[in-house]
Design a binder for this molecule. Structure first.
Ligand code: PRX
Length: 651
């Protein structure tokens, strides 16, 4: 697990309680008690009632067909996600409502009303069709946080193409791997994007990835980087690369939305698992949109005049469900910001909240801990009175950060929704409802109405401390792993019979509140980003100096976890500081900067059991400077003593 057991017990003694504020109880967007009652009486009818709030071209015949582990929701129903996020809002006053407010890191701004966004999406959808993209084809999106990222996703959805968004911080190699696994036909990128005052050279990365992406026929390039554009202009490869703005200018702005089956694939999103190879999580259309829509409305208590800001990147699932699909399906006004929270200074997020009158703010614990460390003076410098609700997602939030968020950002008036979910769940699963749930700092509280989540032990029996489990299918669940049904079964459905295993540990307190404790598998959560230890290990052993590598998570005040790597070198190689840096950079170039180990320890041997299994638990103890646990199963217990002595020497 990603934190030590002591702190879990402390958590359970957390006795601060925050009842829902009276205004939320009085004007809640949903009647939570009614949702809970209907969900417990007839779960399928309850989910169907949410689905009915969307536009369907043809109604479904059956709400759920469950042939474990395969679920189909709203079977036979036809709809289109882009139609639901755009066209549906053009009928009334939402036509001219702002859909996207955007600010670039340098301070440039743009905005789109629903009708403008509809036009842009339709034009780009036609352009994609012109490039030969049709229903079911895969399109990789590798963009900075600019409106075109949302436009590209919606344009794919409009024509039934399957998008695979790759976070702009991933390396060319990671991008190529994803292009190849999905067999993408088109890649959409930008000349660059701004991050901490520097241009991220996305097109250059894309060019490198293209050297080994044989299925990609065309590369669409959004013009973003200013001066950089001229250099990129010179490198546009004729017959392959096309400027986005040329395509959109030339395309017709009307594009009928493809009629999609509820179970047609909307997107693939790659996420880290316990092997070296990221898996393509597959989400479909009707169930996914229903749950993204329902949770956005209920959990954020979305009201018509809210200005909603989720600080995630569209490269992660949070950006998919809670920047694009959930909020736009609800007709919300969404703020998007391109850059870093500390550029040009550490007040940037609060300045944005003030300037745009943000009322709902959704971010990650790692960001909250960084803000906390930067000091109260930054939020205090700005008028944050427009905020009315705060959210967090991505990792367990420590009560101290939760309290700081509540007091300093939320002025003690904003409820906090701590939402537990995953790339695989597609949408929120365990979360407070702000007009209903009494919150406790650090607890995601209870399952959303219609979600059956509990805690089981190894044998599948209910317990108050063990593994988190989801016992019934839910609308936005992943349907499979792209191209690897076996991995889908093995990863999520093999621990117990017909019960989903998310890979997290959890505890239940006396009020039936759930406390998520972090991963129980070899997946790290670094600053809210999932990274598989095996991915980093595979990258490390590709370096010519490395013989063997073991990677563990190490507690980190801001990031939650940092990566610690233990490396044995090939004969004749010296473990110098230069090599340490080289290995860190090497991992950065293989996977992306987020995967760079913070700590590299050279060691002559790794602690292994007699059967040859690396004992990561012991390495974690060493990395975190703890007394090393039981070493009796080790083939050579002296390895640990040597490592520990070495670690202590280094301080
Ligand atoms: O360990 C849990 C943690 O993040 C994992 C999912 O990561 P990912 O698929 O990248 O999606 C993150 C955004 C939805 C989970 O298995 N996690 C997510 N939210 C919480 C959390 N842990 C505790 N509390 C949360 N609210």
């Amino acid at each position: 697990m990603s934190s030590d057991a002591g702190s879990f017990d402390d958590l359970l003694h957390e006795d601060r309680r925050f009842p829902p504020p009276a205004e939320f109880v009085a004007q809640a967007a949903v009647d939570a008690e009614d949702l809970h009652r209907r969900a417990s009486e007839d779960r399928e009818a309850y989910w169907a009632s949410w689905a009915e709030e969307l536009d369907w071209f043809e109604p479904w015949e059956t709400v759920l067909e469950w042939d474990p582990p395969f679920a189909q929701w709203f079977v036979g129903g036809k709809l289109n996600v882009a139609h639901n996020c755009l066209d549906r809002h053009l009928r009334g006053s939402r036509r001219d409502k702002t859909a996207i407010l955007w600010e670039g890191e340098p301070g440039d701004t743009r905005s789109f009303t629903y009708s403008e966004l509809h036009k842009e999406v339709s034009a780009f959808a036609n352009a994609l069709r012109g490039l030969g993209v049709g229903k079911g084809d895969r399109v990789t999106i590798y963009l900075p946080m600019i409106p075109e990222a949302a436009v590209a996703m919606l344009a794919c959805a409009r024509i039934g193409a399957i998008h695979s968004v790759v976070f702009g911080g991933f390396s060319p190699e990671s991008l190529a791997d994803r292009n190849n696994d999905a067999e993408a036909k088109v890649l959409i990128t930008a000349d660059g994007g701004w991050r901490r005052g520097k241009v991220v050279p996305l097109k250059a990365n894309a060019d490198k990835a293209m050297e080994r992406s044989p299925t990609v026929e065309s590369v669409v390039v959004v013009r973003r980087g200013g001066e950089l554009s001229q250099q990129v202009d010179a490198r546009m490869k004729s017959g392959r690369d096309l400027w986005y703005h040329h395509l959109v200018e030339e395309a017709r702005p009307e594009c009928p939305a493809e009629v999609m089956d509820a179970e047609d694939i909307l997107y693939i999103l790659y996420t880290s698992g316990t092997t070296g190879k990221p898996k393509g999580v597959v989400h479909t259309t009707g169930g996914y949109l229903t749950q993204a829509y329902a949770t956005t409305r209920a959990v954020f208590d979305l009201q018509e005049d809210d200005v909603y800001w989720c600080t995630a990147d569209v490269g992660w699932v949070t950006g998919h469900s809670y920047i694009v699909y959930g909020p736009l399906a609800n007709g919300a006004t969404v703020l998007m910001y391109e850059g870093a929270p500390d550029h040009p200074d550490r007040g940037r997020f609060w300045e944005l909240c003030q300037n745009y009158g943000v009322s709902i703010f959704y971010t990650a614990p790692t960001a909250i801990r960084a803000f906390m460390r930067w000091g109260d003076q930054w939020p205090e410098r700005y008028d944050l009175s427009s905020l009315r609700l705060l959210g967090t997602v991505g990792e367990p939030i420590n009560p101290e950060a939760w309290m700081w968020y509540r007091e300093v950002v939320g002025g003690e008036r904003c409820p906090i929704v701590d939402t537990w979910w995953q790339t695989e769940t597609g949408a929120m699963m365990i979360t407070p409802l702000p007009g209903h749930t009494e919150t406790k700092p650090g607890s995601a509280t209870r399952p959303f109405p219609g979600i059956d989540a509990t805690i089981l032990d190894e044998d599948g029996d209910e317990t108050s401390s063990g593994y988190l489990a989801v016992t019934s299918p839910w609308p936005s669940m992943l349907r499979t792993v792209w191209g690897d049904e076996e991995r889908f079964r093995a990863t999520y459905w093999s621990k117990w019979d017909d019960v989903y295993f998310p890979g997290d540990g959890a505890k239940r307190d006396e009020d039936d509140y759930l406390w998520i404790l972090g991963r129980v598998d070899d997946v790290l959560n670094v600053a809210g980003h999932r990274i598989g230890t095996m991915e980093v290990e595979s990258a490390l052993v590709e370096h010519p100096a490395t013989a063997e590598a073991a990677v563990v998570g190490k507690k980190h005040d801001i990031k939650g976890e940092a990566i610690a790597a233990f490396v044995t070198l090939k004969e004749g190689r010296q473990g110098t500081d230069d090599l340490m840096q080289e290995l860190r950079d090497f991992v950065g170039s293989k996977i992306g900067s987020i995967a760079k180990p913070e700590m590299v320890v050279f060691t002559a041997d790794l602690p292994k059991t007699r059967s040859g299994k690396i004992m990561r638990r012991l390495l974690k103890d060493i990395a975190e400077g703890r007394t090393v646990g039981d070493t009796t199963t080790l083939a050579d217990p002296a390895v640990v003593q040597r490592l520990q002595a070495q670690h202590e020497e280094k301080g």
